[in-house]
Every structure is written in C-alpha cells, then in structure tokens.
Design a protein around this ligand. Structure first.
Ligand SMILES: NC(=O)c1ccc[n+]([C@@H]2O[C@H](COP(=O)([O-])OP(=O)(O)OC[C@H]3O[C@@H](n4cnc5c(N)ncnc54)[C@H](OP(=O)(O)O)[C@@H]3O)[C@@H](O)[C@H]2O)c1
Length: 281
C-alpha cells in the first residue's frame, strides 16, 4: 500500500477515490440529562428501576420497558405523568410492535439505556446450547433489537443522541461458570465499540456500562462472594453521572474495576491461579 494512503487511513482523512460519504455531525452534545426523553429497558426491576426513578426526579421524560406488566403499571402509578410504559420483550424477533408502540409515544428519543438482562451459569458443564442461546438472545441480541427500534428516533433528537448498553465487569476477565453470561457481555462490549465508530459520524454516541456486583434479583441466588456490592440506587447514580459526562465507558465501583483492569494484563496467570480460587461459598 502506498504511504500516503496509509497516512490518510490512520488520520481518518477521506481517500480521494473513496465512494463512502461520511455525514458530518453538527448536533450539539449537551452535558447532563434534564428535560430529555430517555428510553430505559429492564425498567421493571433492579438497576433499571432505580434508573427510571432517578431520571424522572432529574426532570426527564422516561419511557420504561420490560415484560412484567404489573411492575410496569406500578412504575407508571408511582412516578406519574413523566413516565410512559412500553411493554417490550427484547427476545421478540418481530420488532414492529415495539416500533409502533414507541412511535405512538414520541417522535424522538435523546437517550436509550439498554439495561434488560438475564444471568445463567454453566453449572453442569454440559454446554447446553439452549442455555447459551437464551442468554445471548437477551443480553446480546436484545440490545441490538433495542438499538434497531430506537435508532430512527435517536436520529430525530435535536441533540447528539446517546445509546447506552449495560454490560458487566465480567467481560474484563473470565470468571468460572460465566461462560454464557460473560461471553454475551464480551460480545456486547465489542459490538458497542464497533458501533461507536460507525454511529459517531451520525451524531450518535454509543457507551458501555460495566457494573460490578449490584444487589438485585439477578444476583440473589449467587452462591459465591460478591465483593463491593452496591445498591441499585448507587449503581443508577453512577450510570447517570457517566451518561451526563458523555463517558464512553462507565465502569464501577472503581475499587473493583481498577484491579480487574490491571489483572486483565496478566490473563494467563488469572486463568491458572486466580480464577480457580473463585469458588462457591
Ligand atoms: N446485578 C448485578 O450485579 C449486575 C452486574 C453487572 C451487570 N448487570 C447487568 O445489569 C442489567 C440489569 O440487571 P439487574 O441486576 O438490575 O437485574 P434484574 O433486577 O433482574 O433486572 C433485569 C431486568 O431485565 C428485564 N428483562 C429480562 N429479560 C427480558 C426480556 N426478555 N425482555 C425485556 N426485558 C427483560 C427484566 O424485566 P421483565 O422481567 O419485566 O422483563 C428486569 O427489568 C443486566 O443487563 C445485567 O446483566 C448486573
């Protein structure tokens, strides 16, 4: 390859022979969510529920999604007219129902927080593909379905839109029995980084949240030590602070994320010596 082509490629300069038109991004990127229209999936419980309450308290209009109709109804009753509920199963392949329902509520969305998730462990070492499929359907494809439904409305936003996917610190290093959960979150992390490059030119920021342990129904049955556990309210506060600062990676708590990030530089040692010690209590 000719040197000037390599330099143009590294610097992101358009190749004079390129047929790709890169749209310019001129929308303002306000710092801080207030008076915004935010769609939260996984809003019926845990971190998503706390996010909805705090976003409403900060003066935003929130569209809350999940499958549990009773919990959705409760959210609407408790939080009033600033919350609209949108029943949405993220594993549903037909997205037209959700698309129509969202379009009936609003014609733009400023921010989406894709929080819906499930957790299943590789307890039997049977490597049952059905279990992997269930976890990937929700934790990976579910986020992509959410982006697919939301993208046209995010692009309608007057400001630079934000799509925020909730991953996990488990994608930093391999944890025992987390083959399905961790792999789906690692796939999500790659997807987010890749989509960030592609959507940046379309005035859309894509961010990843990597929480540590949070005391929600998702981890209630965990039978191993969960250090530095946060409440859903503490987690939601950190997520909103990161979204407000338009951070592309929001991971917390730092006392867990920083050591894990450091140890990830020695993943061979982790797999041989540390991983096997993370046992059930
Ligand atoms: N808790 C932790 O320690 C922790 C750590 C790292 C990452 N996370 C991530 O944080 C996110 C929220 O988890 P959480 O701890 O708050 O768990 P949670 O309390 O169990 O909430 C999970 C939410 O996901 C929704 N959901 C599950 N399957 C769905 C589906 N097919 N379609 C639509 N919604 C679905 C549930 O709503 P319905 O049942 O009403 O559908 C619920 O609102 C997840 O992505 C999880 O992986 C959690």
């Amino acid at each position: 390859m000719h040197h000037s082509i390599i330099i143009r490629w590294v610097l992101g300069m358009p190749n004079k022979h390129s047929i790709l038109e890169v749209p310019s991004s001129k929308k303002p990127a306000p710092i801080g969510l207030s008076g915004a229209c935010v769609w939260v999936t996984g809003a019926t419980s845990g971190i998503g529920g706390a996010l909805v309450a705090q976003l409403v308290a900060a003066g935003n209009f929130v569209i809350a999604s999940g499958r549990n109709q009773e919990a959705l109804g409760k959210l609407a009753t408790e939080l009033g007219c600033r919350v609209k509920i949108l029943p949405f199963d993220v594993t549903e392949p037909n997205l037209e129902i959700a698309r129509d329902a969202l379009n009936n509520i609003t014609d733009y969305v400023d921010c989406v927080i894709a929080c819906a998730g499930v957790c299943e462990y590789e307890d039997t070492l049977d490597f049952d593909p059905a279990m992997y499929q269930r976890v990937f359907e929700t934790n990976f494809l579910g986020v992509i379905r959410t982006l697919n439904v939301a993208k046209p409305l995010l692009l309608n936003s007057q400001v630079r839109g934000q799509f925020v996917a909730v991953g996990s610190l488990s994608s930093v290093l391999p944890f025992p029995r987390a083959e399905a959960y961790g792999a789906a979150k690692a796939a999500l992390e790659y997807f987010v980084k890749s989509a960030r490059i592609d959507l940046s030119a379309h005035s859309l920021d894509v961010a990843l949240v990597r929480p540590g342990f949070v005391s929600t129904p998702l981890v209630a049955a965990n039978d191993f030590a969960m250090p530095f556990m946060l409440t859903p309210e503490q987690a939601a506060k950190r997520i909103i602070a990161g979204v407000n600062r338009r951070k592309s990676l929001i991971d917390f708590p730092r006392r867990l994320s920083w050591p894990l990030r450091f140890l990830s530089m020695f993943d061979g040692l982790w797999v041989r010596f540390v991983g096997p010690r993370i046992t059930r209590v």
